[in-house]
Design a protein around this ligand. Structure first.
Ligand code: SF4
Ligand code: SF4
Length: 353
């Protein structure tokens, strides 16, 4: 993540919009991962359990997601769940349409079922496969999406492996290096991302990292950058070291709209829902934005301040009906497709995919 990554997003902010959209396209998932926040009672407003939400299928789901895209006009769409592959038939219809609209799409999955082969042809599609540790731990945590299944199901694809680091992975030295060696050697893997477990207020789970754990993990992640496939820019490490103090200070949360499986319910304050502990945030995208937004333009004005003013300005412009977004293309004037970039927005941290 660099300051340049913020520029396309900025155009959206100035038009009164949030540039990133994240949609839980289904409430269903065959996994029961420890630490999954999507099925925690506090994930959705009013403690509505995700599994009680009425989700959509078939043409209704395809049209519903396209309607959201038309409404929010994001530059980046994150498709999550539940398990999105449960709706692979609908995705077969939806993905070509999103490719036609020129939107960068990130699909976060456990790879519990085969990823359809034609999806490899979409240049705008980024497949993110969640792998929580080495095979013994992963298979225990994420059955039936075992290592064997993942390796079989990603055979025809180029994927990003995403690991959420939890306390259990620190029980023996060299664990993260072993993990990285294994996945770096796979030709189907083009990148490896690491995020850290993000607790909710009052979380007493075994996954939660202590401050000492966090320091150790960040040191180890810095060392793992010698593996070319590990994507861990210094700016993200800096963001992990100094996460936002609250959702109000989180640029990523301010720039992203998160919607659950009925395609109506908003998830707040960020993709985690509930009351996440920002001071222990392990979201890679948030870390990147946190560090970038502290950067001072001309050594004077922090980008966070410019974004905040831009948001207010954008909202006012939008209220007055003078959006600078081009009606025909859905993109701010001057923003070409070429200069758009994909933000790493691993939506579901531990467990969730
Ligand atoms: S992404 Fe992290 S820092 Fe941002 S609001 Fe959520 S928990 Fe807080
Ligand atoms: S973490 Fe993802 S794959 Fe695991 S139970 Fe939650 S939604 Fe399903």
């Amino acid at each position: 993540m660099t300051t340049a990554d913020l520029l396309p997003a900025w155009g959206r902010v100035l038009s009164g919009r949030r540039p990133f959209l994240s949609v839980e396209i289904t409430k269903e998932c065959p996994l029961r991962c420890p630490g999954c926040y999507a099925y925690q009672p506090e994930h959705l407003p009013d403690q509505t359990p995700l599994r009680r939400l009425s989700d959509l299928r078939g043409r209704e789901l395809v049209d519903g997601v396209l309607a959201l895209v038309r409404r929010y006009r994001p530059i980046h769409l994150s498709i999550v769940g539940g398990e999105p592959l449960v709706r692979y038939r609908e995705l077969d219809l939806l993905l070509p349409k999103l490719a036609g609209l020129g939107i960068e799409v990130q699909l976060v999955t456990s790879a519990v079922r085969p990823i359809p082969r034609p999806w490899a042809d979409f240049p705008n599609l980024h497949l993110v496969v969640s792998v929580d540790g080495l095979a013994p731990e992963h298979d225990r945590r994420r059955s039936p999406a075992t290592y064997a299944r993942i390796l079989e199901h990603i055979r025809h694809h180029q994927v990003i492996v995403h690991c959420t680091v939890v306390r259990q992975f620190l029980s023996r030295p060299g664990y993260l290096r072993e993990f990285t060696s294994f996945w770096s050697a796979r030709r189907e893997v083009r990148k490896i991302w690491f995020s850290l477990f993000t607790p909710q207020e009052g979380d007493g789970s075994e996954e939660r990292l202590t401050p000492e754990d966090r320091t150790r993990v960040l040191r180890e992640l810095g060392e793992l950058r010698t593996f070319p496939k590990v994507h861990m820019p210094q700016i993200v490490l800096d963001g992990y070291r100094r996460p936002p103090a609250s959702p109000g200070e989180c640029a990523f949360a301010q720039l992203t709209t998160c919607i659950s499986a009925d395609l109506t319910t908003r998830i707040t304050p960020c993709q985690f829902g509930g009351r996440p502990v920002c001071g222990e945030c392990g979201c890679m995208a948030s870390a990147g934005f946190a560090a970038v937004s502290r950067y001072k333009v001309a050594g004077l004005v922090p980008i966070s301040g410019i974004l905040s003013v831009s948001r207010k300005l954008g909202a006012t412009i939008a209220r007055l009906g003078h959006s600078p977004v081009s009606a025909s293309k859905g993109r701010p004037a001057g923003e070409s497709r070429k200069n758009r970039k994909v933000a790493p927005t691993p939506h579901h941290e531990v467990g969730t995919h």
